[in-house]
Design a protein around this ligand. Structure first.
Ligand code: ADP
Ligand code: MG
Length: 625
């Protein structure tokens, strides 16, 4: 992978890459061609710094969607680390650049581990609190930080003839390195996981993304380039004080840059950083000081939120895409999906062959219960799923089937009871650990990551907790290869590069199944796999389930299509008002009066009495009533 490759992303395309290369070539030549444009160099080098910070911010707040409003704290931390050490030992502060990054990383990790376990707005508040409290801390520990007297950083070692030129190049190189770093993250499975968290955090956890680890790591690595740059910034300023180094305005500028340019894109924050710093400089010069800068930036923020909610780059990209779409014919997303043939696949890696299995059931639910307020959605369910089986779970709407799935996969904590999977008690484990054990699920209403491509959706799951796997390339290489195989297996290989949201509902169900297969599951819970899709796709779905089952994957299937259930599944369990009222082979369950009354209706009564049915039926209905 070349640097240029790594800098290119889907949205920018080849022409965009050329523009970017030309722009940066011009920026590299600028001080050589115009060595005396001292003021302009000063403006530009601050634009590089702003862009660098916006690109870093984008890793946690653009990719993962967790907004940090105090990201300039890492600039201050880096600056103080480099500045204080350089002042004390009277050495060139640039030696401390790695240390600046490390301090930022450690602080972000510690703060992240405390706040990023939870969801929601706590993170935003804590990031501002962190910034302001650093300001106070640095002011109030003068023995270490010189307090409000500030830090005098040694002057540059180079001849004053060069003015700011070395800083110009330092910040430019750091900016490019940061962009390459962010681009690399976006290409890895770690990056795909961050996008998954932004789109649907529960779903991400269900496909094996350790969301806590991902969020903390995203926050920590997004602090590193800023911490490194902070050391250079200290050298550039040559004097530090707490209020200037930990400025709220800098944080606002970072957020505004990323939002204006295009949050979540690779080059948007760079563009935004340039635009915002230049606008703010103009406001400063022509408007008469920092008050007008605040006013202009505040106004810009309002305008961006109102008129460019996606940012400049995505808006431009969308316009170009629209113009190109008008020219060429778009590939038709066929609704049945029958146009593409399926190819066979081997799924054996983790699904242990039946011969090696212990006699214990693969999944064992003991007395599971869950209440919502006064409603007992799941009320003391005992259910086992044998390895190699296709077990059905049927019952009327609202009987608690989906809730039971949520308890098994960890989307909700159990109220009571125990759940065992493949010899491990799982009911206290987070959802991603259960996925790593080989437990996969699909959702009643499909939950693909709609803004990601079909291929990215299928590549996103992580079958293990390995750190190495997170660093693997998601866009090409082995992982993408496997995802393509899985897409071919469900017959949707053609659609890999389309947005997942553009597929038909039935196709999305198949993609979600391919996605679960990426987990190398031992067992898959299917929540209404045939619900709302056309008969052709139902047939394909059944074919796929049978094929996978033959290769050793067990299924627990919730489905209302009774002919399909009776044909595909054995045994069948019936849930009614949160309780299992019958369980056994299909022929017996369909003859059970309790089941007929609660769910199936009399038309399912078999024409001839089923041998053995009466006896078992009595036992089962006694249990149910
Ligand atoms: P099924 O999948 O069998 O149709 P569900 O498990 O979705 O049934 O729902 C069982 C009952 O629990 C329903 O009455 C439903 O309204 C309720 N329920 C499900 N999820 C929640 C929730 N998150 N909060 C409150 N009530 C819920
Ligand atoms: Mg349901």
């Amino acid at each position: 992978m070349t640097l240029v490759d790594s800098l290119r992303t889907r949205t920018e395309g080849r022409r965009g890459t050329l523009v970017i290369i030309a722009l940066f070539a011009a920026l590299f030549l600028y001080p050589v061609v115009l060595p005396f444009a001292i003021y302009e160099q000063g403006v530009l080098l601050l634009a590089f710094l702003t862009a660098l910070m916006a690109v870093s911010w984008n890793i946690v707040s653009g990719y993962a969607g967790y907004v940090s409003l105090g990201h300039s704290v890492f600039l201050g931390l880096g600056a103080y680390t480099g500045g204080l050490l350089a002042e004390k030992y009277q050495v060139n502060p640039l030696w401390f650049m790695p240390l600046g990054g490390l301090v930022a990383f450690v602080v972000a990790t510690l703060v992240g581990m405390v706040v990023l376990r939870a969801r929601g707005h706590a993170f935003v508040i804590i990031t501002i609190a962190l910034l302001l409290s650093m300001q106070v801390l640095v002011t109030n520990f003068p023995s270490i930080t010189n307090g409000s007297n500030g830090v005098n950083v040694p002057l540059p070692f180079w001849s004053s003839d060069y003015q700011n030129m070395p800083f110009y190049y330092l910040f430019l190189v750091l900016l490019l390195a940061t962009v390459a770093f962010a681009a690399w993250i976006r290409r890895t499975k770690f990056g795909t996981g961050l996008l998954a968290i932004r789109e649907d955090e529960d779903k991400a956890a269900a496909i094996g993304v350790n969301t806590t680890r991902y969020k903390v790591l995203a926050y920590a690595v997004s602090a590193v380039p800023i911490g490194v740059a902070g050391v250079v910034y200290a050298y550039f300023l040559s004097f530090l004080n707490p209020v200037g180094a930990f400025a709220l305005l800098t944080s606002v500028t970072i957020v505004l840059s990323a939002l204006a340019g295009g949050r979540g894109t690779l080059w948007g924050p760079v563009l935004g950083g340039f635009v915002v710093s230049i606008v703010s400089e103009v406001a400063n010069v022509y408007g008469g000081g920092s008050q007008s800068r605040l006013l202009v930036l505040g106004l810009a923020l309002v305008l961006v939120v109102l008129f460019l909610p996606q940012g400049i780059l995505p808006a431009v990209a969308a316009r170009i895409a629209r113009r190109q779409a008008a020219k060429k014919t778009v590939e038709y997303t066929d609704q049945t999906g029958v146009a593409t043939k399926r190819t066979p696949i081997v799924v054996t890696p983790r699904s242990a062959p039946q011969a090696e299995r212990t006699p214990a059931p693969l999944l064992e639910i003991r007395g599971a219960a869950k209440s919502f307020g006064g409603l007992r959605a799941v009320d003391g369910v005992d259910l086992t799923v044998e390895a190699g089986s296709i077990t059905a779970l049927i019952g009327p709407n609202g009987s608690g089937k989906t809730t039971l799935f949520n308890l098994v996969t960890g989307a909700m904590p159990v109220g009571a009871g125990e759940i065992w999977f493949d010899g491990t008690r799982i009911d206290r484990l987070p959802a991603w650990d259960r996925a790593h054990l080989g437990l996969g699920r699909t959702f009643q209403t499909t939950r693909l990551f709609k803004s990601m491509t079909v291929l990215e959706n299928v590549v996103a799951p992580l079958p293990t907790a390995s750190w190495g796997l997170m660093a693997k390339d998601a866009v090409s290489g082995h992982e993408a290869e496997r995802a393509r195989e899985l897409l071919d297996f469900v017959g949707l290989g053609r659609f890999g590069d389309q947005q997942a949201g553009a597929l038909s509902y039935g196709q999305q169900k198949l993609v979600e199944l391919a996605q679960v297969l990426m987990l190398e599951p031992k067992m898959i819970l299917l929540d209404e796999p045939a619900g709302g899709i056309n008969p052709t796709l139902i047939n394909r779905m059944v074919e796929i389930i049978r094929d996978l089952n033959r290769q050793g994957i067990a299924f627990l299937v919730v489905e209302h299509n009774i002919p399909l259930v009776l044909d595909l599944c054995d045994p069948v369990a019936v849930l009614s008002r949160g309780k299992i009222i019958a369980q056994g082979p299909p022929s017996i369950v369909r003859a059970d009066p309790a089941v007929l009354e609660a769910y199936l209706g009399p038309e399912w009564l078999p024409a001839e009495p089923v041998p053995g049915a009466v006896l078992d039926q009595a036992a089962l209905s006694a249990k149910g009533s």
